[in-house]
Design a protein around this ligand. Structure first.
Ligand code: SAH
Length: 380
């Protein structure tokens, strides 16, 4: 099943797909790339075992080593035969991310900069909450959505991540938490990239981390956020998952929204709202609207009224995000008093609303501040 040639081709295709320039490899010679073992569902691993003359029950043992014992080498999988360990070693990679930087904020937030096998780098953030430890994962190297207030999109999209590269981010963070005896309890798919622009990899990632033999993180502890790729919202609704779903709205009318988010030209606000209604009806679950407050742009009381009218009757919750500073962008965060005035207006209109608490601002780990691209230029 794992064909080395094909896998190399796949990685190269992903790179070719990326917009402007070919990847400058970390090593001069072409690295010998192997499929990450973290991409595999238990069923796929069973298949591979059968194809390789091994017993399928070994899959459960291997999953136990990967996700419960969290070993760092195949060598450590001591209840497997030496032969099987060697086959695994020859076919898969156990480490495709290397930690370049691990930076801790005053509030306990940790930002990780990981280098991928082809030299690009990505960021992952661990946030500590009263209710648990949450990991914010990246789904793409860069982003092509182009939101005008976000740092992740500054260098465009370089490539999609593979499912295993997304899973491994969580495993790496869990290995850090192992040192203090804690667990990753929540996942937010809100790092660099647009998860619905890399839909299949995102779904495979979800299946592995949600699997009882995988990291076993409950669907209700996982949140995915999209900028509004309408066809994928329908597809996601039809999956009927218990995963929390968020939509980045940021403006209650087409004109303002497309100024802030160019994606709104491709998928109009009314189409987006229709898709969201479809989701809430199909799943019976509520949607979260993320709304970044930018001074003088989208934060007046009149706009709060307009927003209330737009979402009235939809099973939803609004998460107000005081916009974070991004040096290349000239948006100014809404003042505290105006944030409260905006919140009050929504409340008065019967809308569920919260204000997002900011974490990791001192290490540029807060929403919209992740910028793998620039970092990756510097580190190469
Ligand atoms: N691409 C997905 C998920 C990534 S970002 C999406 O757009 O939903 C997670 C949230 O951070 C999104 O709501 C995004 O709009 C918001 N965000 C981006 N830049 C920000 C900034 N500078 N300040 C605050 N929030 C920001």
């Amino acid at each position: 099943m794992v064909d080395q040639e094909k896998f190399n081709e796949r990685i190269n295709d992903l790179v070719d797909e990326a917009e402007d320039k070919p990847v400058r490899r970390a090593k001069k010679e072409k690295p010998s790339l192997k499929e990450s073992v973290y991409s595999l569902q238990p069923k796929q691993l069973e298949e591979w075992l059968k194809e390789n003359g091994e017993k399928p029950f070994r899959a459960a043992q291997i999953f136990d080593w990967l996700y419960n014992k969290r070993v760092k080498t195949f060598e450590e999988m001591s209840n497997l035969s030496k032969g099987l360990r060697e086959k695994l070693e020859a076919s898969f990679s156990l480490t495709t991310l290397s930690t370049i930087i691990k930076q801790e904020s005053k509030d306990g937030t940790i930002k990780f900069l990981f280098q991928l096998q082809d030299g690009y780098s990505i960021e992952t953030v661990l946030m500590r909450h009263e209710y648990g430890n949450s990991v914010c994962v990246t789904t793409q190297v860069g982003c092509r959505i182009g939101c005008t207030f976000c740092a992740s999109t500054l260098g465009g999209l370089k490539r999609h991540l593979l499912a295993g590269e997304i899973v491994e981010q969580v495993v790496k963070v869990q290995q850090t938490l192992d040192e203090v005896g804690e667990r990753v309890s929540h996942i937010v798919i809100m790092g660099i990239g647009e998860p619905f622009d890399n839909y299949d990899a995102m779904m495979n990632f979800l299946k592995v981390i949600n699997h009882e033999k995988g990291l076993n993180i409950g669907a209700r502890h996982i949140t995915v956020s999209t900028s509004g790729i309408v066809p994928k919202i329908y597809q996601f609704a039809d999956e009927q998952l218990q995963i929390n779903f968020a939509v980045s709205l940021h403006a209650p009318n087409q004109e303002d929204r497309q100024k802030l988010m160019p994606i709104a030209r491709a998928y109009k606000l009314d189409e987006l709202m229709e898709a969201v209604q479809y989701y809430t009806k199909k799943t019976g679950r509520r949607v979260t609207f993320e709304y970044g407050l930018m001074s003088g742009e989208n934060d007046s009381v009149e706009i709060a009224e307009e927003l209330s009218a737009l979402i009235k009757g939809i099973k939803c919750h609004v998460n107000l995000i005081p916009v974070n500073y991004v040096p290349e962008r000239d948006y100014v965060r809404t003042s505290r008093s105006q944030i409260f005035a905006f919140e009050k207006t929504l409340k008065k209109n019967g809308i569920n609303v919260t204000i997002r608490r900011e974490q990791g601002a001192d290490i540029a780990a807060a929403c919209g501040q992740l910028r793998a691209q620039e970092r990756s230029e510097e580190t190469r």
